[in-house]
Design a protein around this ligand. Structure first.
Ligand code: MUC
Ligand code: MG
Length: 367
């Protein structure tokens, strides 16, 4: 079965409330729905969430690179020629989110053509993921109220707290309030999105030593090369790399530099094919991973869950799969539900996603 065309549909769906963090904020999901058409009539689908403040891609750049640049290079290839697809995509530097969506849409087409779920094709380890919820910047009492609501409504007991504000004491106060309100059994970890200097990060971690944080993510920029290594050496908790590891080579660099001790894997950034390379690297080196969230829609979260559940190392920890809860609407015809803190993987075929065409018509921005 051959790729006959690639469609890139820009759409916008507002959030109920913006998600705020150290490197930016997202108030509207201005994403691109990627559809890979085949000569057999099967259409593979995935979502691209552009994050200019993280990778430099925009909705306009993603639409253009997918439809005008990758499309002509991939049309005519068989859907199983995955390494040919990857090498053609890798001729272009950067553009991780655009490449990831093309890759995942092809996997969706492969799964549909074989009549099996993508999660089973990837590894089929389990059929569900525990969910971790991300709490954005707000006054401490609002962050606590959000976490309590998410715990009560969805049974979620793992929370990632956005930090990286200045002064860092606002974040220390919020984390302390969350620990006091949620009690000792809830898992808490923090993500700085490069907001702090290494010394601010060191002081904040010191002041939060009694809060039983599981790990800390991307507290300062990867360009603080020696600063990050210095921070890792004194930290009592693992330091995860997220936006600094958008390619396998960057994973190697951060780990061997001693600048990170854990890795966030985001299917929205490395698709399924390159996420498996990253995962293999981490497993081989004995490094822990977390399934991260690129502020994904239900389509993106479904992809992340399919990958996370497919492998023992990714399924071990709660995955960040709940950002979509804050959206006013979504494109999936059959919405995701998180119950007792878990998200079930779709049975397929393929990714098992059906787009509500009326909603797509309402939110698309190219007509
Ligand atoms: C995260 O883990 O950092 C915020 C910015 C981004 O690129 O992803 C989100 C979540
Ligand atoms: Mg992060």
């Amino acid at each position: 079965m051959k790729i006959s065309g690639i469609e890139a549909i820009p759409y916008a769906i507002p959030y109920r409330k913006p998600l705020r963090f150290a490197s930016g904020e997202v108030a509207t999901a201005e994403h691109v729905l990627v559809r890979v058409h085949t000569d057999g009539g099967i259409v593979g689908t995935a979502d691209a969430p552009p994050r200019p403040f993280t990778y430099g891609e925009t909705q306009v750049s993603v639409r253009s690179i997918v439809a005008d640049h990758f499309g002509p290079q991939l049309v005519g290839l068989g859907i199983l020629e995955r390494e040919v697809v990857r090498s053609r995509l890798e001729r272009t530097v950067g553009n991780p989110v655009a490449k990831a969506a093309v890759d995942m849409a092809i996997w969706d087409a492969i799964g549909q053509s074989l009549g099996v779920s993508v999660s089973e094709l990837l590894g089929g380890f389990t059929d569900r993921m525990r969910v971790s919820h991300m709490v954005g910047f707000a006054p401490a009492e609002e962050m606590v109220a959000e976490a309590e609501r998410i715990r009560d409504e969805h049974g979620i007991s793992t929370f990632k707290v956005k930090v990286g504000r200045k002064p860092y004491r606002d974040d220390v106060e919020a984390c302390r309030a969350l620990r006091v309100a949620l009690g000792p059994d809830v898992e808490l970890y923090v993500d700085g999105n490069r907001g702090w200097t290494p010394s601010e990060a060191a002081r904040a971690l010191q002041e939060m030593r009694d809060l039983d944080l599981t790990f800390a993510e991307e507290l300062c920029p990867a360009d603080d090369v020696l600063g990050r290594r210095w921070l890792v050496q004194q930290s009592t908790i693992p330091m995860f790399a997220d936006e600094s590891v958008s390619r396998p080579g960057e994973v190697t660099r951060e780990l061997l530099n001693g600048a990170a001790t854990g890795i966030s894997i985001k299917t929205s950034r490395t698709g399924f094919t390159t996420s498996q390379l990253v995962l293999g690297l981490c497993e081989g080196l004995g490094v822990e991973v977390v399934i991260g969230n690129q502020i994904d829609t239900q389509v993106g979260s479904l992809c992340a869950a399919a990958f996370g559940a497919a492998h023992p190392l990714t399924a071990r920890r709660a995955g960040e799969l709940s950002n979509y809860l804050d959206m006013t609407d979504d494109l999936l015809a059959d919405p995701l539900t998180i119950q007792d803190g878990e998200l079930a993987v779709r049975q397929g075929p393929g990714l098992g996603l059906v787009i509500d065409e009326d909603k797509l018509a309402r939110y698309r921005q190219d007509r």
